[in-house]
Design a protein around this ligand. Structure first.
Ligand SMILES: Cc1cc2nc3c(=O)[nH]c(=O)nc-3n(C[C@H](O)[C@H](O)[C@H](O)COP(=O)(O)OP(=O)(O)OC[C@H]3O[C@@H](n4cnc5c(N)ncnc54)[C@H](O)[C@@H]3O)c2cc1C
Length: 317
């Protein structure tokens, strides 16, 4: 199925740190346990392994990153190239100073909120019920700059293995984020870590405007402490099929459009809460993709409102 890149990937495999699993069923790493296989799956143990992968992987091999996989579905025909997972390996939080935190992109957003609460740091409370990883949350909502006003800078890795620091307003260009929006797998850089400037609870807010000297990423890596299992079980909300906002409530719109309980193949809108997906035993990702398209078109036709999918579909049909 993937013969064009098979040879180049297997020749690259020799001498690589970390474990590349071939033919990995991606349902294991995404929310509904659905979907095709990734040609290779790579869960790096640390940032060095990510950089090594990007440096050594032949440039014709596509790369796709995922965090907790809560809003990704790999189509039934599978994903060419390497799926890199930030969960588990890029999960470090480092307190750089009184006001500054370095957080790797695979840290769960809700865990970060809990960490900040315990450390009496203010500014990321809004993440406390956010599903998924902080890297994906920022990649997907970076244009809502107000929400992310605490971000000092972002550390990204590109397809050549270069580490690049950028500001939030440069992120779209650095990551080629139009690719995410258009659901094409052509993104060429990814978020490895984020530096936040926080307020200390009870402090005069003006005090948090002070800066710390810039540091090289190697120094930060050397200082980093893992905060893994301590924050593993934070409750989060479910990922709905369509994005919710102050103006748009997908649950009510789907209900008004008569779509509660509607099914395509083995995928359906939930009867009680139509923005939730129900999947039967024989469900394919194609069923879900058609359902999402059908829901969007029907709501648009009947109510004149545009719903936006929360799910990113990648790979071959
Ligand atoms: C404040 C807030 C509240 C939210 N509340 C809700 C809610 O109530 N319900 C809900 O359904 N959703 C909510 N969301 C959206 C939700 O956070 C995203 O769906 C979430 O980011 C998915 O995380 P994940 O790790 O599972 O991402 P994945 O599903 O693994 O990936 C999602 C996308 O991000 C890309 N990506 C992943 N990691 C990186 C990286 N390191 N660098 C660049 N790109 C990357 C992937 O390629 C993919 O395109 C909220 C978001 C925010 C910011």
């Amino acid at each position: 199925m993937f013969s064009t890149t098979e040879k180049s990937i297997s020749s690259f495999l020799q001498g690589m740190d970390g474990e590349l699993s071939p033919n990995e069923p991606m349902g294991k790493h995404t929310r509904w346990n659905l979907g095709g296989k990734a040609q290779y799956y790579f869960p790096p143990n640390n940032k060095t392994e990510v950089v090594q992968l990007m440096c050594q992987l032949p440039s014709n091999v596509p790369v796709f990153w995922l965090g907790a996989g809560r809003s990704v579905m790999v189509r039934d025909g599978g994903l060419r190239g390497v799926a890199v997972s930030t969960q588990g390996g890029l999960d470090r939080i480092k307190r750089l100073s009184k006001h500054n935190l370095y957080v790797q992109s695979g840290v769960a957003s809700a865990s970060l909120a809990q960490y900040c609460r315990q450390q009496e740091l203010a500014g990321l409370e809004f993440l406390k019920a956010t599903p998924g990883s902080i890297g994906a949350a920022i990649a997907m909502s970076h244009l809502q700059v107000k929400k992310w006003k605490n971000i000092k800078r972002l550390e990204c890795v590109n397809r050549d293995g270069d580490l690049i620091w950028c500001g939030l307003n440069q992120l779209k260009d650095v990551l080629h984020l139009d690719a995410v929006a258009s659901q094409e797998n052509t993104q060429q850089a990814w978020i490895v870590g984020i530096e936040f400037r926080m307020s200390k609870r009870g402090d005069d807010k003006r005090a948090s405007a002070q800066t710390i000297p810039d540091r090289g990423s190697a120094v930060i890596d050397g200082l980093i402490r893992k905060v893994r299992s301590q924050f593993a079980s934070v409750p989060v909300t479910h990922t709905g099929l369509y994005k919710q906002s102050v103006e748009i409530d997908p649950t009510n719109l789907l209900r008004e459009a008569g779509l509660a309980g509607h099914r395509i193949g083995a995928a359906g809108f939930d009867n009680e809460n139509p923005n939730e997906l129900n999947v039967g035993r024989t469900c394919r990702v194609a069923d879900v993709e058609q359902l999402v398209d059908y829901g969007r078109e029907t709501v648009h036709q009947k109510l004149g409102i545009d719903l936006h999918s929360q799910l990113t579909f990648v790979g071959q049909r």
